[in-house]
Design a protein around this ligand. Structure first.
Ligand SMILES: [Zn+2]
Ligand SMILES: [Zn+2]
Length: 74
C-alpha cells in the first residue's frame, strides 16, 4: 500500500507518482526517487534500506574490504 495516499494503486494526484526517479538502485533495480536517502559506491547508487538489508560481509566487499581473523601468521 502506498504510504502517501493509503491506496494500493496510486491515483494521478498522489505525490508518490509524481516524484522523479533520479537514480536506479544497483541492488533492487528500482528507482531512487527525489528525497530518498541513497549511497553512491563505486559509481553505483543504492537505497539506504537496501544496504541495511545486506549482510555485513557483502557490504564490506562492496567497500573493497574483508574480514580477517586476528592471529600471528609468519
Ligand atoms: Zn500513492
Ligand atoms: Zn534499492
Amino acid at each position: 500500500m502506498c504510504l502517501s495516499c493509503d491506496r494500493d494503486i496510486c491515483p494521478q494526484n498522489c505525490p508518490e507518482i509524481n516524484r522523479k526517479e533520479i537514480y536506479v538502485c544497483a541492488e533492487c533495480l528500482e528507482g531512487i526517487v527525489e528525497g530518498e536517502i541513497y549511497a553512491e559506491i563505486d559509481f553505483s547508487c543504492y537505497h539506504k534500506a537496501c544496504l541495511e538489508a545486506k549482510p555485513l560481509e557483502d557490504l564490506l566487499e562492496l567497500f573493497g574490504c574483508e574480514l580477517h581473523k586476528a592471529g600471528l601468521y609468519i
